[in-house]
Design a binder for this molecule. Structure first.
Ligand code: SF4
Length: 230
């Protein structure tokens, strides 16, 4: 039985059992970030893609849910999970088991009608921001031609205006790119515009890039305090 999905070991978060899963057979993303922990994007797309072995993948998910009895399923994929053309059915299947769903998206395509409807089914949606200038967005995140940082932010703003679930906004602090006072002010403005339910502040987690893009603990804590305070 072949499956396109893969799973992390179940873990407990705030007293809830979380099953974290990937629903893409390989990396499919609309960005090609230089610090992507999954590597380069051969498949740089933002349109739905069809994959084989859906039935066997769902059967496997069914038995894993049965075995692990999670409270929440976190869809965190090798790229942009929304481009799997079965993501809607996958969410419906998980919800039919009475479980909550959290979906990680980089957030760019959350303004497209077909994806809004899918994301709206989820109890929690995570959107992200990393670069904070147009130039750095193109240089560091190498998105599909024509994408802009302003549209990226606006797409999350418009999504969250109509979303009734919990919108979690993840901000990655990158040394020399968005750790200065001007960038922090810009990030604060973005937070105010998006108005998320929760903010998560993280650092680059790609081992190859840690040497150059990792913000030290002292600075990171200082930035965290400033951003968490707004
Ligand atoms: S958005 Fe995420 S998955 Fe896509 S290239 Fe960037 S780091 Fe990788």
């Amino acid at each position: 039985m072949k499956s396109n999905f893969s799973y992390k070991d179940i873990y407990v978060e705030d007293g809830k059992k979380v099953l974290e899963m990937n629903i893409l057979p390989e990396k499919y993303c609309n960005f090609d970030c230089v610090f992507c922990p999954i590597g380069r994007s051969k498949n740089k797309i933002d349109e739905p893609v069809s994959f084989e072995d859906y039935s066997s993948s769902i059967s496997e998910l069914d038995s894993i849910i049965e075995k692990t009895q999670p409270d929440l399923v976190f869809i965190n994929s090798k790229g942009e999970a929304l481009v799997n053309d079965k993501v809607s059915q996958i969410i419906d299947f998980i919800k039919s088991k009475g479980l909550k769903v959290r979906l990680l998206s980089n957030g760019y395509i959350l303004s497209k009608d077909e994806y809004i409807n899918i994301a709206n089914k989820c109890d929690e949606v995570i959107g992200e921001i990393k670069a904070i200038t147009e130039e750095d967005f193109k240089k560091l995140q190498r998105p599909i031609e024509g994408y802009t940082l302003e549209n990226y932010i606006e797409n999350m703003v418009s999504f969250n205006k109509q979303y009734n679930g919990k919108f979690i906004f993840e901000i990655t602090i990158i040394k020399k790119y968005n750790d200065d006072e001007e960038s922090i002010q810009k990030i604060k403005d973005v937070i105010k515009r998006i108005n998320p339910d929760k903010i998560e502040i993280v650092r680059i987690d790609d081992e190859r890039m840690k040497k150059t893009l990792w913000v030290d603990d002292e600075k990171f804590e200082e930035i965290k305090r400033e951003l968490m305070n707004i």
